[in-house]
Write a protein that binds this ligand. Structure first.
Ligand code: ATP
Ligand code: MG
Length: 426
């Protein structure tokens, strides 16, 4: 589907609202991304109709953000957010507004939006409504606050993080007055929920120009006001020096691993437990999921291993996630291909294909692949206790991965028989 088809598909919603006598437009990120010819995520609609009127016109709806005037409408297999034109008059604590006021006019609605490139509206005939020169800023690749940037950031401090995130994601410059206002108001970020900051930071990491985004994040001193990272400024600078901006980061958990790997290297590569503890403290401070923490630690482990060992061995590959391995090797390979000298100096020549081939050579990929299990051992050997079963399985697992014995039931039992003495020692 080309970009424009997403809008064609949603056009009947606008027509329905128009026929009922209401104004309605496509707004926000989707219009921006259409004009930039980027993939469209969600097509959002703004209308003069009140929520109750939207509900009545579209029986298939969910009331997801009713307090803020948003109704989610289900149409032709897609969902669309339809939001009543509104202003966000009362801001307290620099957070999201605690009260919204519905208005009858599109311009007022667009005025409350963060940046000019996000304050465009479009009708189904692709006629653009542009009160704040958003199209010019799109053409010039500029992120500029709508109206007075100080006011915008004092209303909602998250917008500053959104600004640096868009700089990375779109490879745009931040307009000088907007940038100055971010630097002057950076401290407001302490009032913003860390989960919201994390969303923006993670998008910044995976943006096409993450170096630019991080440069702004450091230059404006936003880093000083996010949880946990204030002491890591030098690590960010170091990471920028060590990587080529030509290579995009494939996912945010790998990004954080890369970051903590630089912290580890800078600290003399000594204390593995300490760096792992920092990752745990950081993910907790940023309220990340257990899965995120686990992934970051796994990527970090792979990076640290690869920076120390010249080649992967089967035993070292065993137990690791092949997708994560390939992703790390792919990043190393791309950094080296981009001519990044530090990556050549630290890591041996990387070949994604080599890890993939090696991984395929592993006789087993987990304990479950072993040709015998605990029950077999109980039946055939009658071990002393449960602990002995575990020891035997672990012994066989290592032997199979080291290719000392083939993964075959009879062979494994025979191997156990002849190596009894070694098992008692583990
Ligand atoms: P993305 O591509 O990440 O979805 P987006 O610009 O669409 O980017 P959304 O969070 O989906 O971001 O918001 C949709 C629109 O709502 C924005 O384009 C902008 O007009 C407005 N908006 C979102 N968050 C804010 C905010 N914190 N302050 C002001 N306006 C906002
Ligand atoms: Mg969006």
């Amino acid at each position: 589907m080309t970009n424009s088809q997403e809008f064609t598909k949603a056009a009947p919603i606008i027509h329905t609202l128009n026929e009922a006598g209401y104004e309605a437009y496509f707004v926000g990120g989707a219009v921006r991304d259409l004009l930039l010819d980027l993939p469209i995520h969600d097509v959002d609609i703004a209308t003069s109709a009140y929520p109750a009127e939207v509900q009545a016109l579209f029986p298939r709806h969910f009331d997801v953000g009713l307090d803020h005037g948003t109704i989610m409408v289900w149409f032709e297999g897609e969902t669309y957010e339809i939001t009543t034109f509104r202003t966000e008059s009362t801001y307290q604590d620099y957070r999201r507004p605690d009260k919204v006021t519905f208005v009858q006019n599109l311009e007022e609605d667009l005025l409350r939006r963060d940046f000019t490139i996000n304050a465009l509206a479009m009708n189904p005939d692709h006629k653009i409504v542009d009160y704040f020169h958003g199209q010019k800023d799109l053409a010039d690749k500029v992120i500029r606050a709508v109206g007075n940037p100080h006011d915008r950031f004092n209303e909602d401090g998250l917008r500053m993080m959104r600004g640096v995130r868009f700089a990375s994601q779109l490879d745009f410059q931040i307009a000088p007055e907007t940038l100055v206002a971010i630097a002057e108001n950076a401290g407001i970020l302490v009032h913003i929920a860390v989960e919201r900051i994390a969303v923006e930071m993670n998008k910044l990491w995976i943006g096409v120009n993450w170096h630019k985004g991080l440069d702004y994040f450091l230059e404006t001193d936003l880093i000083q006001y996010v949880p946990y990272l204030a002491d890591y400024k030098a690590v960010f600078t170091d990471l920028l020096d060590y990587t080529s901006d030509q290579v995009q980061i494939p996912n945010e958990n790998f990004a954080w691993a890369l970051f903590f790997w630089r912290a580890f290297e800078r600290n003399g590569k000594e204390d593995l437990a300490a760096i792992q503890q920092q990752v745990r403290e950081f993910t907790k401070a940023w309220k990340m999921s257990n899965k995120a923490q686990k992934d970051i630690l796994a990527y970090l482990d792979i990076l640290i291993y690869r920076a120390q060992a010249a080649e992967w061995t089967l035993a070292d590959l065993y137990g690791r996630d092949p997708d994560q391995l390939v992703l790390v090797e792919g990043f190393i390979e791309a950094q080296q291909a981009a001519g990044q000298k530090s990556f050549k100096a630290i890591f041996n020549q990387s070949k994604v294909q080599t890890v993939q081939d090696l991984f395929d050579q592993l006789p087993i990929h987990s304990l479950r692949d072993l040709a015998i299990n605990g029950q077999d051992i109980v039946q055939e050997i009658n071990p002393r206790n449960k602990r002995a079963i575990g020891q035997m399985l672990q012994f066989l697992e290592q032997a199979v991965v080291a290719q000392d014995v083939v993964n075959d039931r009879a062979a494994l039992l025979a191997y156990l028989d002849t190596h009894h003495d070694q098992i008692n020692e583990i």
